[in-house]
Design a binder for this molecule. Sequence first.
Ligand SMILES: Nc1ncnc2c1ncn2[C@@H]1O[C@H](COP(=O)(O)OP(=O)(O)OP(=O)(O)O)[C@@H](O)[C@H]1O
Ligand SMILES: Cc1ncc(COP(=O)(O)O)c(N)n1
Length: 268
Amino acid sequence: MVAHTPPVALTIAGSDSGGGAGIQADLRTFSFHRVHGTSALTCVTAQNTQGVTRVDALEPAAVVAQIEAVVNDIGIQSLKTGMLLNQPIIEAVADALTQVANTRCVIDPVMVSRTGAQLIDDGAIETLRQRLIPLATVLTPNRYEAEILSGQSIHTLDDMETAAQAIHGLGAQAVVVKGGGFEGPLRGIDLWYDGTNVTKLVTTCVETNDTHGTGCTLSAAIAANLALGQSPLDATRRAKDYVTHALHHSLRIGQGQGPVGHFYPILE
Ligand SMILES: Nc1ncnc2c1ncn2[C@@H]1O[C@H](COP(=O)(O)OP(=O)(O)OP(=O)(O)O)[C@@H](O)[C@H]1O
Ligand SMILES: Cc1ncc(COP(=O)(O)O)c(N)n1
């Protein structure tokens, strides 16, 4: 038997019972990258391809206990945050993360699902902005989240750039404004800004309605690539490539928006 010590990544996120987004998408993405996936669950959603019907939050202390259990024994090379739901959980996570030195953090500021369900309480966005965003190695807002965080509407590539620069001012080391929420040519184009360089990350738009979980998958793949030792920009480029492949192999399941195909090589 050969001992194997893989890189380890942690996802701090919610559960999606439909298996398309949240913790389920993150752990599949980590596995695809041959990174050992660990998790701290923040809440349980009753969810399918059509929407979210119920959300049950965990106690902040339960979230912190999961993070500490993983960090104190196994150790992590990177982490990502997803659906954090409310202010007490965000504060507890931010406190816990300040104890985890030398870990690269991908912060996905999840606010609303593709199906329109609100995934964060009113009032918690300010806490996210003040406590968590300054801890981000890479921050991954979608169009809607970038509009809220920058205070400007986004219609063009130039708007994406000025929004990324404004959000960078909140303290994240790098910001990727994601283009999945656009119609037309901008759909699928992401804009990277790290305080020095503006980089356009381009793939051809995949014509599918089955896009559930793209954002979770992108941030988890960035975290996996960071755990593997990639630079933040290379990790993001590779993650985007992975999401594009997964979109090309998305799953036509359920009556609404199906999930991306995380294990596309074994679907071929
Ligand atoms: N139809 C598409 N074709 C190509 N790339 C896409 C498409 N839709 C989304 N993407 C890419 O998927 C990634 C996630 O972006 P998106 O804007 O969908 O995030 P999100 O809204 O947070 O996702 P989620 O649906 O999980 O909330 C980005 O890299 C984006 O460019
Ligand atoms: C638990 C959880 N986390 C994140 C999302 C966002 O993903 P999407 O916008 O694809 O619904 C979600 N729907 N559920």
